[in-house]
Design a protein around this ligand. Sequence first.
Ligand SMILES: Cc1cc2nc3c(=O)[nH]c(=O)nc-3n(C[C@H](O)[C@H](O)[C@H](O)COP(=O)(O)OP(=O)(O)OC[C@H]3O[C@@H](n4cnc5c(N)ncnc54)[C@H](O)[C@@H]3O)c2cc1C
Length: 476
Amino acid sequence: MALERDLAAIVGEAYVQTAPALLSAYSCDGYTLETGRPRAVVLPADAEQVAAVVRRVAQEGVPLVARGAGTSLSGGATPPPGAVVVHLSRMNRIRAIDPANRIAEVEPAVVNAWVSRAARPYGLFYAPDPSSQQACTIGGNIAENAGGPHCLKYGVTVNHVLMADVVWADGSRGRVGNLAGDPEGVDVLGLLAGSEGTLGIVTRAWLRLVPLPEASATLQAVFDRVEDASAAVSDIIAAGVIPSALEMMDQLAVTAVERGNFRVGYPLDLGAVLLVELDGTAEAVWEEAEAVLDLLRRHHVRFARRAETEAERTLWWANRKTAFGAMGLISPRYYVQDGVIPRSRLPEALRAIGDISRRYGIRIANVFHAGDGNLHPLLLYDDRDPDEVRRVVAAGHEVLAVCVALGGSITGEHGVGLEKRDDMTVQFGPAELALQQALKTAFDPAGILNPGKLLPRPGRCAAESWTAVAAEPGSG
Ligand SMILES: Cc1cc2nc3c(=O)[nH]c(=O)nc-3n(C[C@H](O)[C@H](O)[C@H](O)COP(=O)(O)OP(=O)(O)OC[C@H]3O[C@@H](n4cnc5c(N)ncnc54)[C@H](O)[C@@H]3O)c2cc1C
């Protein structure tokens, strides 16, 4: 195994893993319907080692997949069979917090939540806050252009990365963006964000920090009907209020979270609950909170209230942020979809999802970033029942088709990965797809970086791929 021997010479023998038991831990990410066994896993210590690994693997023409925490929900970090996984977990240091310029300089495997923790003493924070923020890494966030509850007001990852060091597909090293944050020339940093490890491997990033708000308020509103909650979401934004977060959970989702470790005590017969967070100066927050409470009351809210203590506010958010995991309390498995629609079309989208749930006989819980129309239907199933797996896969992709039909997109924030690569044909025409393929080829002519992700397979349409996954779950 000349390749493995050479990789060990670059990173040290202890940091090349080939034992079958260890490799199986890398066979998928948070999307478990498709898997692929890598040939080896390499753990480089720094950018120089990443570059040397890429150069050597490229010589061999073997596919190569960067991996952060493996929390992707679309199979982005799932290796094509026989690939080398470059696991960046040793590159996990915060190199500097620069309060004067409000910048954090971090290695790629720094966990998202660590950045805000380190910036807090300076009165700063890192705004993009995926619900997986206690585990997911900045490299993975950039590659997926991750969002989160606070991205409604502050913008998603691409709006918060100023500059990045990258190893390209031939093993050369480069730097994109600049510390001033002004785009120069072609916005290569912008292309990198959301490219799912198909264009280059991020080895360091300079992140924009923002001041902690002077004050914040969290409101909770319980509705009897999802339709009223959806209409309230549109009206809050239409009234000119931009909450820092505006999240919704429906009844099935609440049933799950209320069995978890962070019980709020929501009534289990509710239709939907909204969490609205406002931040800014103390005076503005007070005025906006009163205005939003008034507006909620006009939408037949059962009750609406403001968190009275920091402990209460933290509990409400812990309850919401652990909602995906809580599905395990009501179902053996769940399949999370991620589509986005214009927020004014929420009522139609939720009605269509309800209809899909009934037609396929699949329970669907909805937990989502309502303010930006980013839906997360959680389709509950039992993987021991092949027919249910078939139905859940088809139902999930039908949800995406609904999002596109309503003027939205097949992914709000979880990426395309393996899962939705053929759904790209629902969203884009041949000319747009050819342009995206040409970009990929310009960055990676040999096609070694995370092949088979993001772009549709030639000649495959979406429906064919769902049938294949459902017929043979677990096949990569
Ligand atoms: C419970 C739960 C909640 C979630 N909530 C959210 C949410 O609110 N918002 C959201 O956006 N996502 C969410 N996610 C999805 C996921 O956490 C994000 O996509 C996250 O950005 C992935 O980061 P990671 O470090 O786990 O990356 P991985 O899963 O390891 O990799 C993801 C992709 O990034 C690539 N990659 C990783 N590191 C690098 C690098 N250094 N350079 C180049 N490419 C790289 C990989 O090849 C892969 O394509 C959630 C996931 C879970 C499990």
